[in-house]
Write a protein that binds this ligand. Structure first.
Ligand code: IPM
Ligand code: MG
Length: 369
């Protein structure tokens, strides 16, 4: 066994079911340290509502700097009704947006995979979703989420006006499109780029820049442009036509929820948010489950830890250069599902219901084999 250098992983469990699922991830990292002679240095801190309750801010500077210095950040989930009425800058979600923006994590990879063991859990017919494997690449640091001007201001007639601005520059579009084309080359070699070029100038620019990058560098990849509303419809009609979808921040938010739900496996899907390579070839990154904080089931020990565990597997693959370990972890998850273990969210007839903790332990037991 080779000893690799100490690498910092920052765990930010957050709110709701975040802490429960991240506890299982922590057990898995500790297992790798102990059994594979890896040397991950784990740190853990508060983010979101939990940080607001203790420090009056959704993310302290200290935690932000820890994130900057870590090789990978693994986040649980943030938010919940308790903090709904806070002013905008204090809301738990601001922590997430700050991490994305200031770590420059411009590419958000959201796989929508239909696990064969869960075909029946989809609300679509099995033949439509079985074998589904889409990768949504969502732009994560631009568009209407961050554009200026923004705000709510009074206007002359006594009304108020809410303002947000949707902007993209050529380079912002090009760098995320590049990620999509590179991923497609390792998959089915097909990219669908989604925008609303029929109504938005920023959408027209999006389409032109993706097209021009394609012509310059990625002619061998099949490229299709699709209006985002059509894409939403096609995802329900015939999702298997897609391989990689690349789209802006807001459309990506919506389309990725839709795609995730198609699979019936919301509790199973991970995500990776990646930044540019630095001069040493390292990238900043953050990994999180697709699901939210699910306050309604928090503390009940029924949350599904698989999405978070597979997020760690993406970290092994994309940030830590440990492909073999990532494969082992993915296989352990498959084995546990094959054995019929299910948390409540994915339970079906004839399967065995287990707690968050039991699911984590079973995955470790499979790794052990
Ligand atoms: C997501 C979430 C976030 C977003 C929220 C929590 C700010 O919906 O990661 O998809 O809108 O990006
Ligand atoms: Mg979302």
């Amino acid at each position: 066994m080779i000893k690799v250098k100490k690498r910092k992983i920052l765990l930010l469990p957050g709110d709701g079911i975040g802490p429960e699922v991240i506890t299982e991830v922590k057990k898995i990292i500790e297992w790798f340290n102990k059994n594979k002679s890896l040397d991950f240095e784990i740190d853990e801190d508060l983010v979101g509502g939990a940080a607001y309750d203790k420090h009056g801010t959704p993310i302290t500077d200290e935690v932000f700097y820890k994130a900057l210095e870590s090789e990978a950040v693994i986040l649980g989930a943030v938010g919940g009704p308790k903090w709904d009425d806070l002013e905008f800058s204090k809301k738990p979600e601001r922590a997430l947006l700050k991490l994305r923006k200031e770590l420059k994590l411009f590419a958000n990879l959201r796989p929508a995979i239909c696990f064969k063991q869960l075909v029946e859990a989809s609300s679509l017919k099995p033949e439509i979703v079985s074998g589904l494997d889409i990768m949504i690449v969502r732009e994560l640091t631009g568009g209407i989420y961050f554009g200026e001007p923004r705000g709510i201001k009074p206007i002359d007639n006594g009304e108020r006006k809410g303002i947000n601005t949707h902007t993209y520059t050529s380079s912002e579009i090009e760098r995320v499109a590049r990620i999509a084309f590179d991923l497609a080359k390792k998959r089915k070699n097909k990219v669908t780029s989604c925008e609303k070029s029929n109504v938005m100038e920023a959408g027209q620019l999006w389409k032109e820049e993706v097209q021009s990058l394609h012509e310059k560098e990625y002619k061998e990849v099949e490229l299709k442009h699709m209006l985002a509303d059509n894409c939403a419809m096609q995802l329900l009609r015939n999702p298997k036509q897609f391989d990689v979808i690349v789209t802006d921040n807001l459309f990506g938010d919506i389309l990725s929820d839709e795609a995730a739900m198609l699979t019936g496996s919301l509790g199973l899907l991970p995500s990776a948010s990646l930044g540019a390579k630095d001069k040493n070839g390292n990238i900043r990154s953050m990994y999180e489950p697709i699901h939210g904080s699910a306050p309604d089931i928090a503390g009940k020990r029924i949350a599904n830890p698989i999405a978070s565990i597979l997020s760690f597997s993406m970290a092994l693959r994309y940030s830590l250069n440990l492909e073999k370990e990532a494969d082992d972890l993915d296989n352990a998850v498959q084995n546990v599902l094959d054995d019929g273990l299910r948390t409540k969210d994915i339970l079906s007839k004839g399967k065995k219901e287990v707690s968050t903790e039991t699911m984590g332990n079973a995955i470790i037991a499979c790794l052990q084999k």
